[in-house]
Write a protein that binds this ligand. Structure first.
Ligand SMILES: Cc1ncc(C[n+]2csc(CCOP(=O)(O)OP(=O)(O)O)c2C)c(N)n1
Length: 283
């Protein structure tokens, strides 16, 4: 029986009151609910405050370069599909530095759960604008106000993602359920999480979100239509939807590649002579 303490990790160095704490609890709760053994989980992150989450949970961890969580996660999942591979990071890490990887991971539908701590700011480097900062948001790098923002949900739907969801760090129960569904989903699951940054974003605060967020499932919304999902993804302002925004069953990358059908790469014998032969062919 897996319990919360099995997933307890090191003491977080985040600011007291940071939205990242809620996301950490939601991830731990989801893994306990799924009764997954910690050794079966790999969490991959890049650089940033969000990227530190795997340091604070008892799982296998790969801390990569800024924006490079997804390619590492892809490699690990292809080598060992038995692992539950969860990538985490900030909105800067995932949508700016890692934007190109985001596009192609969605497009190919790798079987990875991707949790983005969307605080709409670069927190680790102390408050520059990120791609998801609200239009007009004033920061040190955008004294005249930030550019129009990147919409991760709409972009993911447009790229053909099969599981597109948004959670809120202030509603741990709801977020952990979304994470459970994302991990169970066969293919790429994006969970963009509204994460208040109490130090560098004084606009999108816990109170600001609490006034605006509503659960799509409570309004009878069905996440199965692409046009409806796309429309829901555009809703931002007085009302902000959370929940599963778009859902479709799709064949994951790992099931489409013949080389991966002969069993996990990690269990196959590696013959160094094969590599030597290959090298000779190319020299
Ligand atoms: C290639 C590269 N560019 C820039 C940096 C500097 N840098 C480190 S963290 C960071 C911003 C992180 O912001 P975000 O991903 O939104 O995460 P947060 O800290 O807000 O959780 C930047 C720009 C870096 N380490 N590597």
């Amino acid at each position: 029986m897996i319990a919360m303490q099995d997933y307890a990790g090191g003491k977080p160095a985040w600011c007291p009151g940071c939205g990242n704490f809620g996301i950490l609890s939601a991830v731990q709760k989801a893994l306990v609910e799924l009764q997954i053994d910690p050794h079966q989980v790999l969490m991959v992150s890049g650089i940033g405050q969000a990227g530190k989450l795997p340091h604070y949970i008892n799982v296998n961890v790969f801390n990569s370069l800024h924006g490079r969580a997804l390619p590492v996660a892809i490699g690990a999942k292809m080598a060992n599909p038995d692992l539950k591979v969860i990538a985490v990071g900030g909105d800067g890490d995932g949508y700016a530095e890692g934007g190109n990887h985001f596009i192609h991971t969605v497009r190919r539908n790798h079987d990875i759960t991707y949790i983005v701590h969307n605080n709409q700011v670069y927190a680790l480097t102390k408050g520059q604008a990120s791609p998801t900062s609200d239009f007009g948001f004033v920061t040190k790098t955008t004294p005249q106000g930030a550019d129009p923002s990147f919409n991760p949900l709409a972009v993911a739907i447009a790229l053909g993602a099969g599981f597109v969801a948004r959670g809120f760090a202030g509603d741990i129960e709801h977020l952990s359920k979304l994470i459970v569904r994302g991990i169970e989903y066969k293919g790429f699951a994006l969970i963009d999480v509204l994460q208040p940054c109490i130090s560098f974003n004084h606009l999108n605060t816990f109170a600001w979100y609490k006034q605006r967020v509503y659960k799509v499932e409570e309004n009878g919304y069905q996440p199965t239509g692409k046009a409806a999902g796309f429309e829901k993804a555009q809703e931002w302002g007085e009302r902000i939807p959370i929940g599963v925004i778009y859902l479709e069953e799709k064949t994951p990358f790992e099931s489409r590649i013949p080389a991966l059908q002969r069993g996990p790469l990690v269990q196959r014998p590696l013959d160094p002579m094969t590599c030597a032969g290959l090298l000779e062919e190319f020299i």
